[in-house]
Design a protein around this ligand. Structure first.
Ligand SMILES: C[S@@+](CC[C@H](N)C(=O)[O-])C[C@H]1O[C@@H](n2cnc3c(N)ncnc32)[C@H](O)[C@@H]1O
Length: 425
């Protein structure tokens, strides 16, 4: 089996998750094996030494799984028993645990036939019993966490302390073989749900940006922590908060609305209260009332490394807009965005990035985009792809014809479109 083989279990938007992983692991990926709706399988050039630190940074991934063996899909159960019969392998799987060992069994599909994958899920209790039996043969007192639909959730892994005192065993079904491994890091949802729901100032009117999305967008910008970064439409500070938590040291937030600036400051004070380990005195954080269409009046030329932002996306809509309404919304937004891009060109360093959200609507099953890419290119920007070319043939990776990624939520009229621009030198 290949060395340093890892599977990243992907969250709700696999395309964004994969884009984030590739940007963050920049240069460390040896080979991309496959991407499915739930799993990205890759080999790394070196062993992943700090999986917990990595998953604390990336928010599109729910689990990182280390693969320890593979078994052919034919005669699967027999081969699994044989594998578990090997004491060395059992040690690899369980470590040197001696107290009562609780384990879970999660099964994900990479690119096996759906029929085979489903048959393993159906048999998961039986498979868990096979594992239980082989662990008992080692004298290890053990039990397993019952699962629904063949997946142990991050919440259950945390509650049952599986990573500390037990294990979440994982089977990943591939075309001809199934990978056998264990979870080595999980996403701690409570941690960021707290920021979604408990921060004091939440402006429901201008729409709450999901924390996950803010975090992923920052990671897509690939700025270094000591470089100056800006959110010129900062609203309640969702992006600013994530920049602080990711360790950025020079952060600027603007919003033209005084109330938003007050809310942003309130949320940031709350954040520092919640995370006392943050070294507040080492962070230069400025939040000002400022129009995004005149930022060059307050920022030095070529001083900013990256802009990450969700601008104003148009009025709040109760029902899907008509073609005429879309035209009106887009006319107003085109003017705002283009003025902002001209200003951004002045304040960004050469090669500086803009990771930004555009609004997009669905009209009679067609997507309607804000058509300003040509003008933006003329102002000196290059539209970057979120992926290296070899990622694009995977059906789970969905990129629009204009090289952007969509972020949709159920029952939302507006679709967010994520684009990455680079200031051409
Ligand atoms: C969609 S909200 C941003 C939400 C933000 N990402 C958050 O999570 O709180 C857009 C923000 O842009 C601000 N805004 C609108 N036009 C602006 C302009 N010309 N310059 C600066 N801010 C502007 C609005 O006041 C609003 O707070």
């Amino acid at each position: 089996m290949e060395e340093n083989l890892y599977c990243f279990i992907l969250g709700r938007n696999p395309t964004l998750a994969v884009a984030e992983i590739t940007k963050v692991l920049n240069g460390k990926i040896a080979e991309l094996i496959w991407v499915s709706q739930r799993v990205m399988a890759i080999t790394l050039k070196e062993k992943l030494d700090q999986p917990k630190k990595l998953i604390e940074k990336i928010y599109g991934t729910t689990k990182i799984v280390e693969i320890l063996a593979e078994i052919k899909n034919k005669n699967f159960k027999q081969a699994l028993s044989l594998l578990l019969g090997n004491a060395d392998f059992r040690r690899k799987l369980c470590g040197e645990k001696t107290r009562k060992f609780l384990f879970g069994l999660s099964i994900y599909n990479l690119n096996a036939e759906e029929k085979f994958f489903k048959s393993l899920v159906r048999q998961s209790t039986r498979l868990a019993n096979t594992i239980k039996k082989s662990l008992s043969e080692d004298g290890l007192r053990n039990g397993f966490v019952k699962t629904e639909k063949g997946e142990v959730s991050s919440g259950s892994i945390k509650k049952n302390k599986l990573l500390e005192f037990g294990a979440d065993f994982v089977l990943i079904t591939g075309k001809n073989e199934t990978f056998v491994g264990k979870t080595i890091a999980i996403q701690e949802f409570e941690e960021y749900e707290k920021r979604n729901y408990q921060r004091p100032a939440r402006n429901l009117k201008s729409g709450i940006m999901p924390i996950k999305l803010a975090r992923i967008m920052i990671n897509l910008a690939q700025a270094k922590e000591n470089e100056p970064v800006l959110d010129p439409f900062c609203g309640d500070a969702t992006i600013l908060q994530e920049l602080v938590l990711l360790g950025f040291k020079q952060i600027i937030g603007f919003d033209k609305n005084e109330k938003a600036v007050k809310a942003a400051k309130e949320n940031l004070v709350w954040l520092f209260g919640q995370y006392p380990n943050l070294e507040k005195e080492k962070i230069r954080l400025q939040v000002l009332a400022q129009d995004a269409t005149s930022i060059s009046t307050v920022l030095s030329p070529a001083s900013i490394s990256a802009i990450i932002s969700e601008p104003y996306l148009g009025p709040r809509l109760e029902k899907p807009p008509s073609p005429e309404e879309i035209r009106m919304i887009f006319r107003e937004l085109a003017e705002l965005y283009l003025k902002f891009f001209q200003q951004a060109f002045l304040v960004l360093k050469p090669n500086g990035k803009i990771v930004i959200i555009f609004p997009c609507f669905q009209l009679n099953k067609n997507l309607v985009f804000l058509e300003i890419l040509e003008q933006i290119k003329k102002s000196g920007f290059v539209l970057e792809s979120a992926f290296p070319l070899e990622f694009q043939p995977f059906p789970a990776v969905k990129i629009t014809a204009r090289n952007s990624i969509l972020y949709e939520k159920e029952n939302q009229i507006l679709i967010r479109e994520i684009l990455i621009f680079r200031k051409a030198v």
